[in-house]
Design a protein around this ligand. Structure first.
Ligand code: TXA
Ligand code: MG
Length: 342
């Protein structure tokens, strides 16, 4: 935090590590905040692991995070806030949530809460769910970075999908470097494992991922936690994401979906992609008129919701290429199409 400004490495405009990794001086933190507001991605240290951060209010920035991670599906992301007050503007805190926040924040605890009625956070960050993962980190650099950005930051661990979480700036893989504008080097992460994730939306809180705050500590504040099926299956593996099956119900649209359409059927709403000559639909939203996958990912959940209206018979979906972010888009569409409600 206190290297003299004169040796500040301005970096960031080349893709060599030496230029990209910078000390968290006041000037670099201000610059990181500015880059976040411009929609860029920043790797930053937290007390648990390094995060790959983007503006949580921007669908485009969040789509860029998924693109950089190379995840084959949209797992919901943790949204980092500077303080409890700003988190409370996005998610609904009940008594238990308030108690946990008071006791463990700032710190290595993530709470899954209902999205608030005026939640400004990107639907893509929640992967279309009605819930939000919220955390107020304790690391001094993370806190200053959040203050400089002036908005919440969505951040998964800064590793490519399937790799272990980085606990030092130099761990951030070369494959991610190309997508990030700056890596703030805060040294080794003091805790070194991810935050504990608990779901407070059921009557009995559920442990979704063991992590930096122990179950015993949590239970001493809010009583017994139920453990999720995913946790029981994975044993001590703290890095395993929660089972997609558990999220399955939430991923469904109310209307059935018809995929890979090339023609219209009566009463259908069309979710299109790229330029096309299809007509005869009751309504249409285009994921990306120019055929860009990042734009399509950014629009996916909001457009699905917009078309998921009882006045339509079905949502017809044009083909989306099976490359890059198209994999995650198609995964989401296929799961919605095969849900039992169809
Ligand atoms: O320590 C940490 O938590 C780090 C630092 C950067 O904060 N972040 C992190 O993020 O580990 P990530 O994306 O690698 O893991 C987030 C976990 C995933 O298992 C995800 O499924 C779960 O949180 N999660 C996020 N939002 C959720 C939601 N709305 N409902 C259920 N689970 C959620
Ligand atoms: Mg992770």
């Amino acid at each position: 935090m206190s290297l003299p400004e004169s040796i500040t490495d301005e970096g960031g405009d080349t893709h060599g590590n030496a230029k990209l990794i910078v000390p968290p001086t006041r000037r670099n933190l201000a610059r990181a905040g500015r880059l976040i507001r411009e929609g860029k991605l920043i790797v930053f240290p937290t007390e648990t692991v390094y995060g790959l951060g983007g503006n949580a209010l921007s669908d485009h920035a969040v789509a860029a995070i998924f693109e950089a991670k190379g995840r084959p599906r949209f797992n919901p992301l943790i949204v980092h806030f500077h303080d409890v007050g700003s988190a409370a503007a996005a998610a609904v805190f009940d008594q238990r949530a308030r108690l946990l926040a008071e006791t463990f924040w700032p710190g290595a605890l993530t709470l899954i809460l209902p999205r608030g009625p005026a939640c400004p956070v990107s639907l893509l960050a929640s992967a279309g769910l009605d819930t939000l993962a919220v955390r107020v980190p304790a690391h001094e650099t993370a806190r200053t970075f959040l203050a400089e950005a002036g908005r919440p930051i969505a951040a998964p661990s800064a590793n490519p999908s399937g790799a272990v979480s980085p606990t030092a700036a130099t761990h951030v893989a070369a494959s991610l470097n190309r997508a990030v504008s700056l890596i703030l080097d805060g040294g080794a992460c003091p805790i070194g494992i991810e935050s504990t994730v608990i779901d407070l939306t059921p009557a009995q809180p559920v442990l979704l991922r063991p992590g930096g705050i122990t179950v015993e500590d949590l239970e001493s504040v809010i009583g017994p936690l139920a453990s999720s099926a995913a946790e029981a299956e994975s044993g001590a593996d703290a890095t395993r994401p929660i089972s997609p099956g558990r999220l399955g119900a939430h991923y469904a649209t109310k209307l059935p979906l018809r995929l890979n359409v090339r023609d219209a059927q009566a009463g259908e709403a069309l979710l299109s992609f790229g330029p096309h000559g299809l007509s005869g639909f009751a309504a249409e939203r285009n994921l990306s008129p120019s055929g860009e996958l990042r734009e399509a990912a950014a629009n996916l959940f909001a457009m699905l919701r917009a078309l998921d209206q009882p006045r339509f018979k079905r949502i017809a979906v044009m083909p989306v290429p099976e490359t890059g972010l198209g994999l995650a888009i198609n995964d989401r569409l296929r799961r919605a199409a095969s849900s039992r409600r169809n």
